[in-house]
Design a protein around this ligand. Structure first.
Ligand code: GCB
Length: 597
């Protein structure tokens, strides 16, 4: 890998003052899903901690190449520079800068993170740096060299740094959360645009040849008696034997990799994973000097016209939506906060959650595997995306692929969602149907869906994208944005979907403690009324196979500025700090308690 972009292609600082295309050379080193590495349970060294930090509104680190740390001219004379890394304030990594200092609360744009660290070479042959996520774009520099960039604010990326680490090192990350028309998501959303290096940063040491990808799942339609294993190795020795072990199933199997790949089936009789009994098995794989492990549940998910089936049993998905957010930590939510969300959902009798509207931390699916919650995971193809733009498509497809590769061994994840509430145009159909096909191609063992809009002209469920989905997600706000509940009844009567429908959103705003009559918008009474009418109506419709009301708790949104909202979307069933339960929560709890499948 070429690790330095030459001065000519990046321009001098003076050139870059005048050249608005100064970023272009960096694009040649885009890190993507093809650079992903299987890293579950692998030992890693943390680079988390306090990094020096500076808002860099004019992108001067890139324009003036601060990362080269050129303090002297060729003549040996000192030149003035506009930075002093070590004297900058520090910020916690991982975190969102918005929650770390009031001055950064609304900041959107580039910001520079840097730290030094020591590295002890232990003779390892391949070394990578993993970023759990940086919102939205990251350019990374190590010891004065540009090493790569990544786009997409919610998925992990890996950069190879073999041979680039010294005893003492400086890393610089320029994180940029500027909202852009051609990005995924685009400029306008209904959530807060947090910024920063908000998931773990880690060093991964690997042997010369290592296991790059490892996927394991039950073979669909095998009567739960076959396990499929797919392996990919990277390095020079691509035709050796791998050994897979699942001790509790008495499985030890040797398999040959051919040109770095293996794809095979093993007979097995696992106890099946389910929300009631989330049974996980330890799985190990060895390949030459590399060995990996994972904790895996085996289950089968299927859908047809008659319903959704988990392990052959009909299931009603009793869910709720959630954003990845907490009051103290923004998007950098902790394991305790994830647990708390799952517990709140479980106490509401949920077996399912919709992780809206972008990939949440990989810890969420791992915890869901352990506690037994089924998951819908989504990419931020949200509202108006630049559907005509090929680069935008490639970006969305890459984020989807990164998500699938990351969570493919998580039994809890049953649905990949390719987007949310996008108008049914030809460009959107082409874009999103391609995403749906891609999800199926990478992962034929799961269901594919999207949260679709109501066809308000014909009052029915009608969207050309649904031809490409296994399950139709339907967002409808009868009783709220569309006040007339009779229209919901008409809509449901007019529709005859040939696939199961999950009502992926319904709801109403309610400020905690605000009381009034059922038609006082923004009160708990109004929200309660909407939930009662919604559940009564949806309960009667046989093709509705799941519901995920919007949303578990209030979340930040700068578009929401009336006196009840105060920059929060108040559709939560709980207040934003989760300390207060609104009455509508109990309607859902009761509905789910009595709902059979
Ligand atoms: C929707 C969106 C969701 C919004 C919600 C609302 O349909 O999918 O992101 O937050 O409505 O509250 O308007």
């Amino acid at each position: 890998m070429e690790n330095k972009i030459d001065n000519k292609s990046t321009g001098t600082f003076l050139d870059n003052i005048h050249d608005e295309d100064y970023e272009r050379p960096y694009l040649s080193k885009m890190v993507t899903s093809s650079d992903m590495i299987f890293d579950n349970y692998r030992e890693k060294e943390s680079l988390n901690g306090y990094w020096n930090f500076q808002i860099d509104q004019y992108d001067t680190c890139i324009r003036a190449k601060w990362y080269e740390e050129e303090y002297k001219l060729e003549s040996g004379m000192y030149q003035p520079v506009d930075y002093d890394f070590d004297s900058w304030d520090t910020i916690k990594v991982p975190s969102c800068w918005n929650t770390q200092n009031e001055r950064f609360y609304y900041y959107e744009g580039p910001a520079v993170y840097t730290r030094t660290f020591r590295y002890e070479n232990r003779g390892e042959e391949r070394v990578f740096i993993k970023f759990g996520a940086v919102n939205y774009e990251a350019k990374v520099f190590l010891n004065k060299k540009y090493i790569g960039m990544h786009r997409g604010g919610s998925t992990p990326f890996f950069i190879e740094v073999t041979g680039l680490l010294e005893e003492s090192n400086r890393i610089i990350v320029v994180a940029d959360n500027t909202r852009k028309k051609e990005a995924v998501p685009a400029r306008n959303t209904d959530w807060f645009n947090y910024g920063g290096v908000y998931r773990d940063v880690e060093i991964l040491r690997l042997p010369e040849t290592f296991i790059k990808d490892f996927r394991i799942s039950l073979v669909p339609n095998s009567n739960f008696k076959k396990i499929r294993v797919q392996l990919e190795v990277d390095g020079r020795q691509l035709n050796e034997k791998a050994i897979i072990e699942i001790p509790k199933l008495n499985i030890t199997k040797e398999i040959n990799c051919v040109n770095g790949k293996a794809d095979f089936e093993i007979k097995a009789d696992p106890e099946l994973w389910s929300p009631e009994k989330p049974r996980l098995y330890d799985v190990k794989v060895n390949y030459l000097f590399d060995s990996i492990q994972d904790k895996v549940g085996f289950r089968e998910i299927k859908a047809d016209k008659t319903g959704i089936y988990l392990n052959g049993q009909r299931i009603f998905l009793k869910g709720v939506c959630t954003h990845e957010e907490s009051v103290p930590n923004g998007k950098a939510i902790t394991e305790e906060e994830i647990m708390e969300n799952f517990n709140l959902a479980k106490q509401m009798n949920c077996n399912f959650m919709r992780l809206a509207h972008y990939p949440h931390t990989e810890k969420a699916a791992r915890i869901a595997d352990k506690v037994g919650i089924l998951l819908w995971e989504e990419v931020p193809v949200y509202w108006a995306i630049d559907f005509k733009n090929h680069d935008t498509y490639k970006n969305a497809e890459n984020q989807l692929t990164e998500l699938i590769l990351r969570d493919t061994n998580r039994a809890s994840v049953i649905i990949w969602s390719v987007g949310n509430e996008n108008a049914d145009t030809d460009d959107r159909l082409e874009f999103m149907s391609s995403l749906a096909k891609k999800a199926k191609e990478i992962d034929p063992s799961r269901l594919v869906s999207a949260a679709c809009l109501v066809d308000t002209d014909n009052l029915m469920i009608k969207d050309r994208l649904t031809d490409y989905l296994d399950i139709i997600g339907l967002n409808e706000y009868y009783g709220w944005y569309a006040p007339d509940f009779n229209d919901l009844i008409k809509l449901l009567d007019n529709s005859n979907p040939q696939k199961p429908v999950i009502v992926t959103e319904f709801g109403a705003d309610a400020l905690k403690g605000a009381r009034g009559t059922f038609d006082d918008l923004g009160t708990e009474d109004c929200q309660l009324y909407v939930y009662r009418k919604q559940t009564e109506t949806l309960d009667k419709i046989p093709y509705i196979q799941g519901t995920t009301p919007w949303i578990l708790y209030d979340f930040r949104c700068p578009r929401r500025t009336n006196p009840l909202q105060l920059e929060y979307n108040r559709k939560g069933l709980l207040s934003e700090d989760k300390s207060y339960i609104k009455p509508a929560y109990y309607v859902m709890k009761e509905f789910y308690a009595t709902k059979k499948y």
